[in-house]
Each structure stands twice: as structure tokens, then as C-alpha cells.
Design a protein around this ligand. Sequence first.
Ligand code: FAD
Length: 631
Amino acid sequence: MNDARAAFEETYDVVVIGGGHAGVEAAVAAARLGARTALVTSALETIGQMSCNPAIGGVAKGVVVREVDALGGVMGRATDRATVQFRMLNRGKGPAVWSPRAQCDRGLYRRAVRTLLEAQPGLVTLQGTVARLVFDGARVVGLETLEGRRIGARAVVITTGTFLRGRLHIGTTTAMAGGRAGEGATTHLAEQLEDAGLTVARFKTGTPPRIDGRSVDLDALVRQPSELAEFDYRWSHFSAPGDPSALPQLPCWLTHLEAEGKALIAAHIGESAMYGGAIAARGPRYCPSVEDKIVKFPDATRHQLFLEPEGHDTAELYVNGLSTSLPAPVQLAILRTVRGLERAVMTRAGYAIEYDYYPPTQLDPTLRVKALDGLWLAGQINGTTGYEEAAGQGLLAGLNAGLAALERPPLVLGRETSYVAVLADDLVTRGVDEPYRLFTSRSEFRLTIRQDNALRRLSGVGEALGLYAPGELAQVHRRLQAEDDLRALAERTSIQPSQASPVLSPPGENLPAHAVKVAELARRQGVSLHALLVAAGVDAPIDREAAVTAELELKYAGYFARERQAAERLARLSSFALPADLPYDALLSLSFEARQKLAAVRPETLAQAGRIPGVSPSDLQGLVFEVERRR
Ligand code: FAD
């Protein structure tokens, strides 16, 4: 560790290392705060690159995209410019659990992200592979690139994804260093961070082969058209109307891996990098390799495979469901057992990658490394998997790095506010023992944390931090006002039975003989507020998404009230601060296990302490007693 401050070519408030999904959100968030920010990444062309499937969103993840957007992020805006196929998952279960998912044009997405970064005032993007951090004692004060550039920083955010000591595997005999296919691994920085005292562990993940769409018999497959026009969906609250519909939509195709393919995998399982002993690290449970599926579900007769477009500029298709690290010739043979792929040309082989991550209990709730000053970590290096999880952490780390550099108080979001907060709290409080992915079940507030109401939940924070440009702030206020106006309109507008009847399912069901308020009927399950207002003759334009939020607030008022009470209880517990220097070893009224776990995590609040596995309600009571005794 040395002090090379004098030699810096430039000093920024915040420097972000890495231009993946965590890095770009971190950089934009810091710059929106007003921090002078630089993003330094190995290749400017790969900013916003999707390492695996070019798809954004899905269950819980789709909500994160909207939360990141509500705080000024780029993921939603870029998705709006690159969507080539859209599906609303969970649509049969009603708008409270709708989960948007977009298939993107990979190249367009990347270019959209880069364009958005370059449009951000206060942010520069620099090409360079960071070789080492520069320390002043235990404080990070800058970095040095392999190319010899030295850049100073008040705060640094590392977001290097799968690149730290990354190792790619295909079969048991082909292994090479790399951050992802075709890109070098990052070794020097990994070694330095370990030397600096960070605990390091290894995880793995994998990707499927890609095929040439021109070699596929599409007539033999089930076509899945885009639902974009039907939902008129925009990921970003700030995208101009018509942004997404500018792109022609493409279908996905459904086929299956059947008995012949399964038998081939079983016969070659010993040649898989994951099963042949080449990789010992643990992989994502919910994005399993096809080898995993065969071993864990031997009785399943077939497995779904989705052929997903990679973009408008290529015929290449992504074979979703066939992530594998078998030898390339075996992958091709498996592909050719699949209906429609009998003559498939494999453009790229699938592979597995193992990489360093830093167990995230080493971080505080702002994702700052506790042991080193001025350093934040975000994304896959914290043991997560997925673009959206990376983006959510990037946002939080970037905001906090910016706040620290500007000497402003940190931002810790309560779990009741967002999946971003749930993700960060789970990581730093519980840690990970397999790649962490978000699910709705991770949140105790999943009815009130939805994709439609991200602005309602987070724009107060955004406004207080000063994240919005003036035009954007006006858009936020317009949207929230539209929700309030629609609820008031529903409460005062009457609808005649003859008008309401066709909107109900079945038509006319349990309809009173007299006129009723629209709000009363909108409280029924399966009835759309938008449709009722149109049927009642309201001719003013109705914001479709504001109508969804207003409708849900009417339908689930009772449930929402209970979740909001629970949120208030949690907020009270969260305001009970635990001193950073509490001598847990000496708190003998607590169980031995609780003392050990509390000392390791050093929670900042009673609420966080309560979420540490092994800390019981009676330990919490003991903690309150001990803290009050010391006041
Ligand atoms: P990344 O997107 O990896 O970005 C890291 C960035 O850091 C890159 O821009 C890189 O160039 C830059 N960088 C690295 N080292 C340096 C350095 N020393 N100096 C400067 N810049 C540097 N997720 C899923 O949800 N499901 C999956 O099935 C899945 N499969 C995957 C398969 C593979 C093969 C890979 C590689 C990833 C897979 N992922 C999957 C994970 C997904 O890609 C990541 O979760 C996501 O991209 C993480 O974002 P990030 O910003 O943390 O890192």
C-alpha cells in the first residue's frame, strides 16, 4: 500500500470500476447526485454487455428494474430502446403479481446504455483495465490501470462481475482464464484485494450454446409472439410514449429436450466440467445446468427449451434451458436430438465459469467494505447472480459512494421500501451460500412492493437526494397525481348496470338493479378499473398504468393496510440504533450463538439484528436491555 496521490492524472469524487449492470447504475447514480464521476472499464464497447441471455425482468427482477428506474437508473430506459419480445408473466394471477420480462436486441441494449451514460452530465467513461487500487493507509484514494493511467478518487466502487480470477470450462479438458467468453480475467486486482484482507470465495455459473436460426425448422416449433402492443408497456417511467414500439417485435420459440437428448447427457455426464470434477464451486440453484436437471429430476420426461432471438441484426438464437459445460461435440449432438434442431448449426458452445466473490457480510448496509475506507462493492462480486440484482446493488453503492464523497449522510433503504433494500439487507445480514437471486418470497412486503408502484415507493427518496432533472420531477408528480385523481374519479363516478354488465366476468354477475359507484365494482376480483371508467363514459385520457395502481389500491386496501402497519413496526425497530462498538462477547444475557453471530455482522439496528439467523426474540430483548443500560 503506497501513497501515489501526487501522480494522479485527475481526481474524481467517485470512480466506478467495471461497465456491467452494476457499474453503469453506480456511475449514473453518483453523477445524478452531483458527484464528479468516472467509470473505468476494460473495453468501452462492452459497456452494458449481457454476459448470458439478453433478457431483462421476470418475477421480482422486473420490479427491481422499475425501482432502479424510479431512482434515475438506466436499465429500464435501455430496455425500452431494445425490446424485441415482451411477455407479462403471471398475467393469469392478476395485476398485483404481474411480472414484465423483455427479450432484448443484445447490441442495441449495449449501445443504448453507452448513449445514456454519455448523456449523463458529470460522468465520463474511460477505457482501462484496473490493475490495482492505491491506498493511503487503510483508505482507498485511487487506482492504477494496466495501461499505466493513475486516477484519484474520494470513493471507489468495484463492480467487476465474473472477471476476478475467472476461469472458463468446456468439458473436463478445456479450461482457460477469462472473465467471460473472449475477454481476459482480472488477476492483479483480485490478488491485491485478498492481500488487503478481504475474505474470498468461489462460485460458478454457466451459459447455453447458441445456434444459427437459419438452420432451425421453425415450423416444427411452438411460436410465442410478443405481448408488447397488448400491454403498451414502458419499463421506464421517463421513456417517451412510443419508445418501445419503435422496434418491430420478434417471436420466441418453444421446443423440448426429450428422452434421446437426456440419455446422451447421462452417457457423457463424467465429461461435464461440473460433474467431472473440474469445478468444485457452487452454482445458481435456480438457473441450473442441464446436467443438474438430468441428475436431480431423472423422472421428468422432457424439459422445456426456449429459442430466444439475440437481435434484429443476427439470426443467432439463444437456447434457454440448455446451460451446459459438456464438451462441444456432445453439445452439438444433444442439440440435434431436439425437435426442430435436427440440422442445427451451433454458433457458440455453452460453457461454465468459476470466479471469485467476496462474502457480503464483509459489507455494511450501504455495501461499503467495513474494513477499508472509501471502498464499495456491487454486483456479482458480492455473490449474487443476474443483471437486475447487479443493477440494484450498483444503484445503492453508487448513491452511497457519491454521498460519502460529497460528505452527505448515507442512504439505507428499509426492507418495506423495495426489493433493492431486501437484496442489500439479505446480503449483508445473512450472507450467501449459493449465488443469490431475488424471488418475491424473499420480501415480507410483496403485495405493497410491485412493479406498478415503484415511483410511489421511491420517488420521495429520489426527490430528497436531488436525483431528478427538472423535467423528470414534473413527470414523477404528474404520474402520482394521476393515481390520486383516478381513485377520486372512481369514488365519485356512477355507472349504470347496463354500462357495467359487459365489463364483468361473466357479464352482469351479481349486479344491483341501480347505478353504483365505479370504485365499488372495481373492488371485485378480475374487474378492470380502466374498463369500468371507459364503460361509464369517462372520455378524458386515462393513464393505463396509473389506473392499475389505483385499481389495486381499491381491491386490496385491507391487505395493504396490514402490510403498511408491519412496515411501520419495522421502521420503529430500525430506528433503534445499535452502537458500532457494542462488546457482544461480554453480553452474557444473550445466547452464545447470538453473541458470536452479532459480533460477526455488527448490525446497525435492532431490526437488522433480528434478521440474523440464530438471533432469537429473547436475544433481542437482551440487546435492548444492554443498550439502554449503557446509555
Ligand atoms: P458484469 O456484467 O460481469 O460486468 C463486469 C464489468 O467489469 C465488465 O464491464 C468488465 O469488462 C469489467 N471489468 C472486469 N475487470 C475489470 C478491471 N480489472 N478493470 C476494469 N474493468 C473491469 N445470470 C443469471 O441471472 N442467470 C444466468 O444463467 C447467468 N449465466 C451466466 C453465464 C455466464 C457465462 C456469465 C459470465 C454470467 C452469467 N450470469 C447469469 C450472470 C450475469 O451475467 C451477471 O449476474 C451480471 O452480468 C453481473 O453484473 P455485474 O455488473 O456485476 O458484472
